[in-house]
Design a protein around this ligand. Structure first.
Ligand SMILES: CCCCCCCCCCCCCCCC(=O)SCCNC(=O)CCNC(=O)[C@H](O)C(C)(C)COP(=O)(O)OP(=O)(O)OC[C@H]1O[C@@H](n2cnc3c(N)ncnc32)[C@H](O)[C@@H]1OP(=O)(O)O
Length: 188
């Protein structure tokens, strides 16, 4: 893991921008993103910074995103989220793919706890009850265990009556910073 992955807890990372330069043109966009990424202490509790302002899961500047707000808890992470009309599947019901996206992004916040970069290798969601639009749901996630580069993570979503509406499990695989260089050649 890069030493550059140290930042201020309260600082939101900038939008990764291919034109962004830190030091007169020598630093890559990826460097800028990584250098600026906040890394709370693994034991800290409270609101966590988004992965980036344009992250589809948690970025405030992504009009098509979920804009999840996620807190570090004693044992993992949590969020309260309300899906809206943009996430509709069947009338009044959240599209399952967007529920999965919420879980996936929530798992991405566990990386602040782990202190290493990782990406989703597999994600399984059990849809126990319809997730309704316009209602608050509580999401929690934690790292169950680790085997080598594999992080096994679990999550659940509950409705306002405390009933589980969905559970999720994922395997994240730790990666080097260089993994994200693949995004530098993306056509936009
Ligand atoms: C510092 C703090 C920063 C915090 C803040 C970070 C922010 C950082 C951005 C996050 C943002 C989040 C947002 C949401 C999370 C995404 O959306 S992530 C994006 C979606 N995922 C991807 O794009 C991943 C695409 N896949 C890949 O790039 C590659 O397949 C991977 C995952 C890097 C693995 O490839 P590889 O490095 O060649 O590794 P490989 O040898 O195939 O397998 C590695 C290990 O995993 C095991 N494995 C592979 N597949 C499986 C499987 N399905 N089941 C179980 N084990 C498996 C292998 O057996 C192996 O185990 P070990 O022998 O090492 O113990």
């Amino acid at each position: 893991m890069s030493d550059a992955l140290v930042g201020d807890y309260d600082t939101e990372p900038p939008t990764p921008d291919r034109e962004m330069r830190l030091d007169g043109g020598t630093a890559s966009t990826l460097d800028a993103w990584i250098r600026s990424m906040s890394r709370p202490a693994p034991t800290a509790v409270g609101r966590l910074p988004s992965h980036s302002p344009t992250c589809a899961g948690c970025g405030k500047d992504n009009p098509a995103g979920l804009a999840l707000e996620v807190d570090a808890t004693e044992h993992g992470v949590s969020a309260v989220h309300r899906f809206d009309d943009r996430q509709e599947g069947a009338p009044g019901i959240t599209h399952g793919g967007l529920v999965a996206a919420a879980f996936d992004d929530l798992f991405g916040f566990l990386l602040y706890r782990v202190g290493e970069l990782a990406v989703t290798r597999s994600l399984t969601v059990e849809y126990l009850r319809p997730v309704l639009l316009g209602l608050d749901y509580g999401f929690t996630a934690y790292v169950r265990d680790r085997t080598g580069r594999r992080l096994h993570v679990d999550a659940a979503a509950t409705d306002e009556d405390g009933r589980q509406v969905a559970t999720a499990h994922a395997t994240f695989v730790t990666v080097d910073v260089e993994h994200f260089e693949q995004g530098s050649s993306a056509k936009r």
